[in-house]
Design a protein around this ligand. Structure first.
Ligand code: P6P
Length: 357
């Protein structure tokens, strides 16, 4: 069992190795408590204001997790009348989750402003705040009524004192400028996965203590995989390069890739990314001829960029099939992007099929 005692821990050694922590039996917990968000980030010498932001965001998402547990009992899985800026029908829990996170973050001195999938425009916070927080409060909420995992995705970028936090231009920084990013996954357990630029790490909510505890440090995505995720019902709308790539995946051993593939599609990006961080794979949401003016379905600022940061810090890749997502210069806050994300070998291969075209 890996030594859990973090008191006077030696400096972290590189290169990172992926470590799964076997929690000590409860009777030993007081001797070697599991690292928490605070103890872990303090050991990484993270700015105290960012640690506090993480703690407050985690508290908000714990609240969301507990409300989701009772969503069916409180008739909260349905839709509300209005549609959001995306033109999508809003779920009650979308609105509730957005309000919980927005209220918690705007109360923080460190937050200069927020942008949300559920808000048409950014909302200014404290004028001296150091950070902008962009988030999708409840991704995959169409799964709520069937009780399938959903999640919160967040991206944190440094603010500049002279910027106007009510102007979306202030938020439009390429993904490689993020200082932190991650997601909360509301499933059989509540998980938090994040990066601050020093690896990608997983914390699991201990419902007894109410603490998120480190359960996987320096997650590494396997370089190759035999599992892909795409919504096959859109096949006729994809670009030729995507059709040919997926066709070759389906040909398995008899095809040019010469190995059998399995397929998954959960229709909840957070769950797909978590599977890929757990066992590898490639997740794709390509451009679609039904909406040729849109580069993809998923949103760059609060889905593509945060997931790209998390995945790249776990030695995977995230591309729009032509460029690294993290290098895209954003042009508006709700901009969409095509996503090819996960095991490096398959993201590289998907790009190659596009280059040939
Ligand atoms: P489709 C959820 O609505 C979402 O934004 C992602 O979480 C998910 O991967 C995708 O859309 C599912 O899209 O077209 O299969 O319903």
């Amino acid at each position: 069992m890996h030594q859990l005692n973090y008191r006077n821990a030696p400096p972290r050694v590189e290169p990172p190795q992926s470590i799964r922590y076997d929690a000590p039996p409860n009777e030993y917990r007081d001797l070697a408590p599991m690292p928490t968000i605070r103890s872990f980030l303090e050991q990484q010498e993270t700015a105290p204001s960012l640690i506090h932001l993480f703690e407050e965001l985690s508290s908000a998402c714990q609240d969301i997790a507990s409300r989701l547990q009772n969503a069916h009992n409180t008739n909260s899985t349905g839709v509300v009348e209005n549609t959001n800026v995306q033109g999508e029908q809003q779920k009650k829990m979308d609105v509730i989750s957005n309000d919980i996170i927005k209220q918690k973050l705007l109360a923080l001195e460190a937050v200069k402003g927020i942008a949300s999938e559920e808000e048409e425009h950014p909302v200014a916070g404290h004028s001296n705040g150091e950070y902008y927080v962009l988030f999708d409060p409840l991704d995959g909420s169409s799964n709520l009524d069937i009780n399938v995992s959903v999640g919160t995705i967040f991206s944190i970028i440094k603010a500049k004192p002279e910027e106007d936090a009510s102007d979306e231009q202030a938020y439009l920084k390429p993904g490689h400028e993020q200082c932190a990013a991650g997601y909360f996954l509301y499933g059989p357990s509540t998980q938090l996965v994040f990066t601050t630029g020093s690896g990608t790490h997983q914390f699991s909510l201990n419902t007894d203590s109410g603490e998120f505890e480190l359960t996987r440090e320096n997650i590494l995505i396997p370089n190759s995989t035999q599992e892909f995720a795409i919504n096959m019902s859109n096949q006729r709308f994809w670009e030729t390069a995507v059709q040919e790539y997926i066709q070759d995946l389906l040909l398995g051993e008899e095809g040019p890739i010469q190995k059998r593939f399995n397929m998954r599609w959960i229709a909840s990006m957070v769950a797909e990314v978590h599977r890929i961080l757990t066992r590898g794979g490639v997740f794709m949401y390509p451009k679609d001829s039904r909406a040729p003016e849109k580069p993809g379905k998923l949103r760059l600022m609060y889905e593509g960029n945060p997931m790209a940061f998390v995945v790249e810090q776990a030695q995977g890749r995230c591309s729009n099939a032509r460029n690294n997502v993290l290098d895209i210069k954003p042009s508006h806050i709700h901009e969409r992007v095509a996503i090819f994300l996960g095991s490096k070998e398959e993201v590289d291969r998907a790009e190659l099929y596009h280059k040939k075209k």
